[in-house]
Design a protein around this ligand. Structure first.
Ligand code: 5GP
Length: 352
């Protein structure tokens, strides 16, 4: 990879809008945790194999990896630590605004869902004093866990938002796309919309035209991946047209899609189609720990694969401010950060 582009991407102030907490934990943090847990007689060997092992896994294998990571993030104090570490990693990578998403989880005898949520929110609050980054929380609904859990998580999210309206902003719908019927979840997602949440919905990770149409009809604020919509990727002309006309911003995670083989290679990534026609897009890491990537790497891969120059990379980051769930005040602050940064490196007197 061209060193000067990578160095530019690292310094560029960036927005991360698609990051799952447990998938974003670094190898370093996981090793530290596994050593602590090993002292208590837990499965250190499994974890070590995972961390040292090959990082190219199918989508199904990734979901097994999440279960393994979940077996380590089992108490409120661990959740506080991993959240802090993940925020520190992103801040160190030049991310100035982060929307972290996570699925409320309880561990029998160790942590309730409320404690899980509180731990993340506390860490986010503490990070304000520590790092130059704005952090928000999106509460995830895991389709694998069924509708009752989805309703429970929405209720938790409503309570958390009431107590922390500056932090809890959105609802994410994610989990193994091979499991669960979208029809069962639509009422919960509509209820989330009525409760004032912005929606970020994982969409078309595997080909399923009917489900994708129903998600588009919901008119969420953002879509995750939107992989199998273009006719080249198993979608239809009609579905593609519906996406483009909807103008719904798409969160694109290049490395995640290539490593899980939902996209053949970087060159064939639907970034190309969407970017060329000016559809709103934002680059994200998805699971920077699981896929060994960073947001700077993702910008650099996009630059190299689709021949983007530094101005285009800056614009990509600047435009993504529009798709954040942040307040208008925070968006203006982010615009200023990006403009000032550009002005500094180019020496231009004013950037409009
Ligand atoms: P957590 O919600 O536990 O913080 O983060 C891990 C969870 O995020 C996984 O168990 C899964 O539900 C969701 N997730 C992470 N990456 C992906 C992805 O690429 N696609 C989908 N559909 N879900 C994901």
């Amino acid at each position: 990879m061209d060193n000067s582009t990578l160095s530019f991407c690292k310094k560029l102030p960036k927005l991360e809008l698609h990051a799952h907490l447990n998938g974003s934990i670094s190898d370093k943090t996981l090793l530290e945790l596994s050593q602590t847990l090993d002292n208590k007689g837990t499965n250190y060997d499994n974890i070590k194999q995972f961390i040292m092992g090959c990082k190219d896994r199918s989508l199904e294998e990734c979901f097994k990896m999440f279960s393994l990571i979940h077996s380590m993030t089992v108490s409120a104090s661990i959740i506080r630590k991993v959240t802090k570490d993940v925020i520190e990693d992103f801040a160190g990578d030049g991310v100035v605004y982060l929307e972290l998403r996570s699925t409320p989880r309880q561990v029998e005898g160790s942590m309730t869902k409320n404690e899980y949520m509180d731990a993340i929110i506390e860490s986010i609050r503490e990070s304000k004093e520590l790092y130059p980054i704005i952090v928000k929380l999106i509460v995830s609904i895991d389709r694998k866990s069924g509708v009752t859990e989805a309703e429970e998580n929405l209720e938790l999210a409503i309570q958390a938002k009431e107590a922390n309206p500056d932090i809890v902003l959105g609802i994410d719908f994610s989990g193994n796309p091979a499991i669960g019927e979208i029809d069962d979840f639509i009422p919960v997602l509509q209820c989330a919309q009525k409760s004032g949440f912005s929606l970020a919905i994982h969409c078309a990770e595997v080909p399923c035209e009917l489900e994708t149409k129903k998600i588009l009809q919901l008119n969420p604020e953002r879509l995750g991946h939107a992989t199998c919509i273009h006719p080249d990727a198993g979608g239809s002309d009609e579905l593609w047209k519906t996406l483009i006309e909807s103008k719904i911003p798409v969160e694109l995670c290049l490395t995640s899609n290539v490593k899980t083989s939902t996209v053949k290679d970087y060159r064939n990534h639907h970034f190309d189609h969407l970017y060329k026609i000016g559809h709103p897009i934002v680059l994200g890491t998805d699971d920077k720990g699981v896929f060994s990537t960073s947001l700077s790497d993702e910008y650099c891969i996009a630059a190299k694969t689709f021949e983007l120059d530094n101005d285009q990379l800056w614009q990509l980051s600047y435009d993504s401010i529009n798709y954040a769930f942040a307040s208008e005040y925070e968006k203006e602050k982010l615009q200023k950060i990006l403009k000032d940064w550009k002005q500094n490196i180019t020496g231009n007197s004013k950037i409009d």
